[in-house]
Ligand binder design. Structure first.
Ligand SMILES: Nc1nc2c(c(=O)[nH]1)N[C@H]1C(S)=C(S)[C@@H](COP(=O)(O)OP(=O)(O)OC[C@H]3O[C@@H](n4cnc5c(=O)[nH]c(N)nc54)[C@H](O)[C@@H]3O)O[C@H]1N2
Ligand SMILES: Nc1nc2c(c(=O)[nH]1)N[C@H]1C(S)=C(S)[C@@H](COP(=O)(O)OP(=O)(O)OC[C@H]3O[C@@H](n4cnc5c(=O)[nH]c(N)nc54)[C@H](O)[C@@H]3O)O[C@H]1N2
Ligand SMILES: [Mo]
Length: 875
């Protein structure tokens, strides 16, 4: 085993210099029209003696295998690895067909191409471990205060299973099932059978787009919310209110954007950051502050009303027939007519017209630019109004989707070719429409958690609940109930899912406190991640490269099948195997959870995989022969489909060829717009609800904060206004900057943060506006201390005028590295600076917090030169 692993490791150590060069070339290609802000390695790092330079580039024999890239970045690209003698020697990407804008290859990004440096990294966990001072029995025995500081000892799998099962039994006996908290992975299924556990819910990616859209009548996803990518080329103008496909929508979305540019559209970006996507297409830039879009949109609505008589910007017909609540004449029955949207915007009753000047004072875009935007989104312009979820990951932005919908409705931009208004992000960035191909279900039953309907903690309260013992029960993300205060006493935290929770939920300082309070913390992990670091028992799991195979999907046009690449490494096991053993020790029957074996489940996904034809009909994707069935040793019948099973496995991808005018196009809201009476939306009125009683009443009943039935501006708790001691007087406070977290190229959230090649390629700086930095005496490359009301961290400054003054950009997802002596995190962990703050529907409001920046007189070791996290117990 040791030899094999060593061989693999050496082979994966491609020339570091060669790789950095490749990274730099990709950077140059990306940065068309503007430099990339200090991300690429500036100097070639020297090769270290302990890293042998094995040239594998010239090896051509061996077998190309499709390898999984399974992370949550929005892309699902084709990664192939050349395996020779059981060793991965090279990677390549999609060369299954000629590349063209209409029918693009699914090419991997720099992260995907570094995947073998991830799977085969020196810091892969090898053996189960226990924290030395932890002992079963709860309370003092746990020495919980030492989590994150203690040493580790290697234990056997049997010891690990016994510790865990015995503790679960003890905790349930002594405190009941309400004392268990789990992430919802495989072990959670057995905890469900054992009486249940308390889970969590949150708004994660979508922020206010989680609950609001379904209630008011706009789609929470790009699939149904925007037109097909080929139709976008018919727009004369594309206004992007915060979207960055080049960084945060892996795969082809930035390429699709480029085609829109080539088709002749005018492109306008409204964003605090002139990002690489905008630079790629040389977009006009209207700078605005983070988390102030509500004010900006109200200013645009006011300007449309102001200019309508002269320029006919508003589609009154659409508003009158497809919406409720725009003006006093179209209010829902029984509601006060004075509460309508138009009168709020004009300030008829509250005395504050939401003029461009009013909006400008908050959002920072100039009144001229706001009027310019009002004209651009006016009714006669063929316009795509696009945005990502980012701006709605903000407290008190519950009505943002409703306001985006209102703006689209005012211009009549729904249901027509070349017009659209909605989300463009993640896997469906610049690509709307229903999925054209997909895998079948595996056939496993779903295991119901008996507590799911009655206990559920919102992420914004999770750490408070565990550390302080109470929370508000408010239903779930899309199912709201009136808020109810509850006591809770969690004794077990079980991280068994693909969730970097302690790293990715807001209020990490409180999160660490919560982890130190309980009796037992368990983590399944590939590496010493943040969850693992603050645990008592850490269990090494296999990567997707070690699994039998599987399907992955990003955009609507392609489905990937990945195969097993390498044998199991070290003592790693699957989440399922671990769960099975713990389940058995709890006296449960694994057959209840896994009545179908792994291979048959995979086979089932082939059987029911579908493909849609140009007429919109769904058919079988895969042709399966009697030989295939015999070879797999599975149960099933032969069937006819679009591609042979063997060919799909070998190619690794099924992609629909596209061309202009094909039958795969899609116009969002087409039926509703054509006939709203025959095709009503699923809202209370069947129309788009610019006034929504349901939204107001359900959110207000939770009790976190109050909203109106129409979209109004409510400052977020830690937004622009909070950077002032005296907002009206213009006096700044102790935390004079707004900070937010662009999703960053080095990582997919937290994944890949430890990958040495990527650490060299993308530094993880803090992006500061050059003028702000100058005023603070900070030069490019200086170490900066970032301080928020919730924590402190260090990063190296990267100065740029691509971030607006007053705004700090700290990349999302770095693994916290707490210096216990100073209380300062050295890694630049975003959630060290955020707090557990509740508002509205329970939105995780990461996209604005407040901070101060100061020069810090200590050089930070570059991340790429830090030692890998390998506890001695892993050697
Ligand atoms: N401050 C701030 N916080 C944010 C955001 C932000 O913008 N700012 N963004 C938010 C958003 S949009 C999202 S979606 C979330 C993402 O939050 P998470 O989903 O928690 O983040 P990931 O890093 O994708 O977590 C994946 C974890 O699964 C592990 N893993 C990989 N494979 C397996 C496996 O087979 N089994 C198990 N058990 N584990 C596996 C990985 O090592 C990793 O720890 O973060 C949110 N947090
Ligand atoms: N490389 C990489 N790709 C990823 C991820 C990752 O971690 N790394 N995460 C994936 C996941 S799960 C998600 S949810 C998506 C997230 O993807 P997005 O929601 O697109 O995330 P961001 O990078 O936060 O922001 C996109 C753009 O919006 C701007 N923006 C931020 N706040 C505001 C605002 O208040 N107003 C306006 N007008 N603009 C604003 C940012 O400056 C940026 O240019 O990315 C996915 N893709
Ligand atoms: Mo996300």
């Amino acid at each position: 085993m040791a030899n094999y692993v060593e061989k693999v490791r050496q082979s994966s150590t491609m020339s570091r210099r060669g790789f950095v060069k490749a990274g730099a070339a990709a950077t140059a290609a990306l940065a068309v029209g503007g430099g990339l802000v200090g991300c690429a390695a500036k100097e070639k790092p020297e090769k270290k003696d302990d890293q042998p330079e094995v040239v594998t580039r010239n090896i051509t024999d061996g077998q190309w295998v499709t390898a999984a890239c399974w992370h949550n970045c929005g892309g699902r690209c084709l990664n192939k690895v050349l395996v020779k003698d059981g060793v991965v020697v090279r990677q390549k990407t999609d060369d299954t067909h000629e590349d063209s804008p209409d029918y693009p290859q699914q090419r991997a990004c720099v992260r995907g191409r570094a995947q073998r440096n991830h799977v085969l990294a020196a810091d892969r966990l090898k053996y189960p471990m226990k924290r030395k001072s932890w002992q079963p029995g709860g309370g003092e025995n746990a020495h919980g205060d030492l989590r994150g500081k203690d040493e580790w000892e290697r234990i056997s799998w049997d010891q690990a299973y016994d510790y865990i099962a015995d503790e679960v039994k003890r905790i349930v006996d002594q405190h009941g099932n309400r004392a268990l908290f789990a992430d919802g992975g495989e072990v959670s299924k057995f905890l469900s059978l054992y009486g249940g556990y308390i889970g969590h819910w949150g708004t994660t990616s979508r922020g206010a787009w989680t609950y609001t859209p379904g209630v008011v009548g706009i789609s929470p996803q790009p699939d149904e919310g925007i037109n097909d990518r080929l139709d976008m080329r018919n727009s004369d103008t594309v206004v992007m209110f915060g979207t960055n496909p080049a960084w945060s929508s892996a795969g082809n979305p930035a390429y699709h954007l480029l085609q829109i540019k080539k088709a002749g559209a005018k492109l306008v970006a409204v964003d605090p950051f002139y990002n690489d996507s905008y630079a790629l297409v040389d977009a006009e830039w209207i700078p605005c502050r983070p988390s102030t879009d509500m004010a900006l949109f109200l200013g645009i609505a006011n300007a449309m009303l102001e200019m309508d008589a002269e320029k006919q910007l508003i589609d009154w017909d659409y508003l009158n027939t497809h919406t409720v609540g725009f003006d006093a004449d179209h209010m829902p029955e029984g509601e006060d007519p004075q509460g309508n949207f138009k009168d709020y915007v004009l300030g008829t009753y509250d005395g504050t017209p939401k003029t461009p000047e009013w909006a400008s004072n908050i959002c920072g875009a100039s009144p001229e630019n706001i009027r310019y935007l009002a004209e651009l989104v006016g009714k006669d312009n063929k316009v795509s109004i696009l945005l990502a979820w980012a701006s709605a990951r903000t407290h008190n932005a519950d009505c943002l989707p409703q306001l985006v919908m209102t703006l689209g409705a005012m211009g009549g931009h729904f249901g027509k070719s070349g017009h659209m208004c909605g989300l463009s992000c993640h896997s469906r960035s610049f690509s709307g429409g229903a999925y054209l191909v997909g895998a079948g279900k595996d056939g496993l039953p779903s295991i119901k958690n008996p507590l799911a309907g009655t206990e559920n903690i919102n992420d914004t309260e999770l750490w408070n609940a565990i550390a302080d013992g109470s929370y508000t029960y408010a239903g779930a993300s899309t199912k709201k109930v009136p808020g109810e205060a509850r006591d809770v006493d969690i004794k077990l935290i079980y991280h068994d899912s693909m969730n970097a929770k302690l790293q990715t939920i807001e209020g990490q300082t409180k999160g660490i406190e919560a982890h130190r309070k309980v009796d037992l913390v368990v983590t399944h992990s590939l590496f010493m991640t943040t969850n693992a670091n603050y645990s008592d028992i850490v269990l090494p799991i296999e990567s997707y490269w070690e699994k039998e195979g599987g399907f992955l999907q990003g955009n609507r046009e392609a489905l990937i099948y990945h195969s097993k690449v390498i044998d199991r490494m070290y003592e790693c096991l699957s989440d399922e195997e671990i769960a099975t053993e713990i389940g058995k020790r709890l006296g449960l029957d694994p057959q209840e959870v896994y009545p179908i074996d792994v291979k048959q489940r995979l086979f089932n996904q082939f059987v029911d995989a579908y493909v849609v034809n140009e007429a919109g009909e769904k058919g079988k994707l895969v042709t399966i022969t009697a030989d295939d069935i015999a070879e797999w040793g599975c149960e099933g019948e032969p069937q006819e489909g679009a591609i042979a099973m063997k060919e799909l496995i070998e190619t690794g991808i099924y992609q629909i060829p596209r061309s202009e005018g094909d039958g795969y196009g899609s116009i969002a809201y087409e039926k509703f717009v054509a006939d709203p009476v025959a095709n009503p939306l699923e809202t209370a009125s069947g129309k788009q609800e610019i006034y929504s009683k349901t939204l107001r009443d359900s959110i207000n009943a939770i009790g976190y904060s109050k909203i109106e039935a129409i979209p109004t501006y409510i400052p977020p708790q830690e937004g622009y206004e909070a950077t002032f001691k005296d907002f009206a007087g213009g006096v700044k406070g102790d935390y004079p900057f707004q900070l937010y977290n662009p999703h960053y190229l080095r990582r997919s959230h937290t994944v890949f943060d430890n990958v040495s090649w990527l650490r060299e390629t993308w530094h993880n700086p803090v992006f500061l506006n050059a003028e702000d930095a100058k005023a603070k005496g900070i030069a490019d490359g200086d170490t900066v201390l970032l301080t928020s009301p919730h924590g402190k961290c260090l990063r190296v400054a990267s100065l740029s005028n691509r971030f607006i003054p007053g705004v700090v950009g700290l990349p999302h997802g770095a693994w916290v590295d707490m210096d216990e002596s100073t209380g300062i995190d050295r890694a630049g962990s975003d959630n060290i600076l955020t707090g557990q703050i509740q508002s509205g529907q329970g939105v995780s409001g990461w996209n604005t917090c407040i901070c101060n920046i100061e020069k810090y007189n200590e050089a930070l070791t570059p991340d790429a030169e830090l030692p890998a996290r390998i506890p001695a117990a892993q050697n």
